[in-house]
Ligand binder design. Structure first.
Ligand code: GDP
Length: 472
């Protein structure tokens, strides 16, 4: 209906176009991206997808410029394996604890904050490497302000160093290079500077724009100087946030804890998250029951650039999901449910396993060549007869393969095989076991049961012609 009005054509025209693609849709049904594109093309339109602009846009309260104040930089450490990322994170974690505070950073919650002299703070994401960084970016989360790329000075610029540089540059995040292992006899930072300049990356001491620092993550030599350079870079970025509105930020990690339920680490990016706040993160909602910092201490609230562990989510969101504190819990729940439903719908349409209803759509897109079938039946004779007839349905376009045929109930192992080889399961005069049915639901495997051979053949044939009406 929406698509019809956007293109100013009749709804029935859209429905019949979908039918010609083998999809029987109702007037209010949402179409997936591929189908939308194909259908719109039929009417001479090109489709461009834009981010949903619905209520989501209003979740984040606008800022009055008078309300924003400087915030701490958020830093990710990247670099080649064994060049010293973890050692550097550990050294900073262990040494830079707020003066006089007992304990230090005791817990790994995915991020931690350190306080330097003059009460300057820096927040570090505690998962080094560009994989996590890029996975978060793929989900639309832009968390990192500054990237430290560690290069072992006794080694050289390595493949993952290049990758890290590319990823940081793609994200538009400024880079500071840490030439590590400077305590080692073979260390030669100038060699690394030269390799960088060969990649068009000119370091500051050679007249370029990139700050560098020679350090030893092992002994801690010059790590403080490195952190000062981070602060300098941060100053140039003029990082600011409003600390006095409802909190917004990003999920860093989430896990199920046996005793405490869902434990979610979030990084507050603006506003202030408080105990008692209704909260929405990804497809889940909840209410903040307790907040804990990386020192294992309970806190009442967390402001901009602060990582904090949240208890009280109803489900585990995914790293990179955006979170928002909201006015009311019902509102949070409603948006969460909407998102969950949308995700299910999209998931359903882009499922990876074949179903009979799916064939028409895949045919229309032109990426369907083989139909894998597992046949289970009550007696040998009918299984053979059915399999033979199914094989004969092969056309120039679609090859039918019987990847397994056997007497007996449809079992879990049949479902696993179907899942691994993208097959459908046909049961003739047999049914799936309870556990097989459950697994099939989970794995989204299509199980079809028949008691008349002709029906089975006819239905598969129709599906292969892209004409099968979906069953509900
Ligand atoms: P990652 O893979 O980048 O996280 O590297 P690690 O931090 O695990 O370090 C790899 C190895 O290098 C470990 O054996 C560290 O002890 C060692 N290492 C790290 N930094 C230094 C350093 O500054 N000096 C020396 N001598 N060894 C270091």
């Amino acid at each position: 209906n929406e698509l019809a009005s956007m293109m100013d054509v009749g709804v029935t025209q859209i429905i019949s176009t979908c039918m010609s693609l083998g999809m029987f849709v109702s007037i209010n049904q949402r179409l997936d991206a591929e189908t939308l594109t194909i259908v719109a093309e039929e009417f001479g339109y090109e489709v461009e997808f834009v981010k949903p602009q619905d209520e989501e846009a209003n979740l984040d309260e606008p800022d009055d410029p008078a309300d924003v104040i400087p915030r701490a930089p958020i830093v990710t450490i990247m670099g080649h394996v064994d060049h010293g990322k973890t050692s550097l994170l550990d050294f900073i974690r262990k040494t830079n604890v707020i003066g006089g505070e007992a304990g230090g950073i005791t817990q790994h919650i995915g991020a931690y904050e350190v306080t330097l002299k003059d009460n300057n703070k820096i927040t570090f994401l505690d998962t080094p490497g560009h994989e996590a960084f890029t996975a978060m970016r793929a989900r639309g989360a832009q968390v990192t302000d500054i990237v430290i790329i560690v290069i072992a000075a006794d080694d050289s610029v390595m493949p993952q160093t290049r990758e890290a540089i590319n990823h940081a540059q793609a994200a538009g995040a400024p880079i500071i290079f840490a030439f590590n292992k400077i305590d080692k006899p073979g260390a030669n930072a100038d060699k690394v500077r030269e390799q960088l300049s060969a990649m068009n990356i000119l370091v500051e001491e050679w007249g370029g724009k990139y700050q560098t620092q020679e350090i030893s993550a092992k002994t801690g030599l010059n790590v403080e100087l490195l952190l000062e350079k981070v602060l300098l870079e941060a100053e140039l970025l003029e990082l600011k946030a409003n600390p006095n509105k409802r909190a917004v930020g990003t999920v860093i990690e989430a896990a199920l804890d046996k005793g405490r339920g869902i434990v979610t680490t979030v990084l507050v990016q603006a506003g202030r998250l408080k105990v008692g706040d209704p909260i929405l993160a990804g497809c889940y909602s909840g209410r903040v029951k307790a907040l804990t910092n990386e020192r294992g201490q309970r806190v009442e609230s967390a402001g901009p650039s602060t990582p904090v562990q949240v208890l009280g989510m109803q489900g585990a969101p995914t790293a990179g999901d955006r979170f928002n504190a909201l006015e009311s819990e019902p509102e949070a729940r409603e948006i969460a449910n909407k998102r969950l439903q949308l995700q299910r719908e999209q998931g359903l349409r882009t499922q990876k396993h074949i179903t009979l209803d799916e064939i028409g759509r895949r045919l229309a897109i032109g990426n369907f060549k083989e139909l894998n079938i597992i046949v289970k039946g009550d007696v040998d004779g009918s299984i053979e007869a059915l399999s033979d007839s199914l094989l004969k349905l092969s056309t120039d376009q679609i090859q039918v393969n019987i990847i397994s045929k056997a007497v007996g109930q449809i079992s879990e192992s049949d479902v696993l095989l179907a899942s691994a080889s993208d097959a459908i399961i046909i049961g003739f005069q047999v049914r799936p076991s309870g556990s097989a049915r459950k697994l099939a639901e989970q794995e989204q495997i299509d199980i079809r049961l028949y008691s008349i051979i002709y029906d089975a053949i006819n239905e598969i044939k129709t599906a292969m012609e892209g004409m099968l009406a979906p069953t509900f």
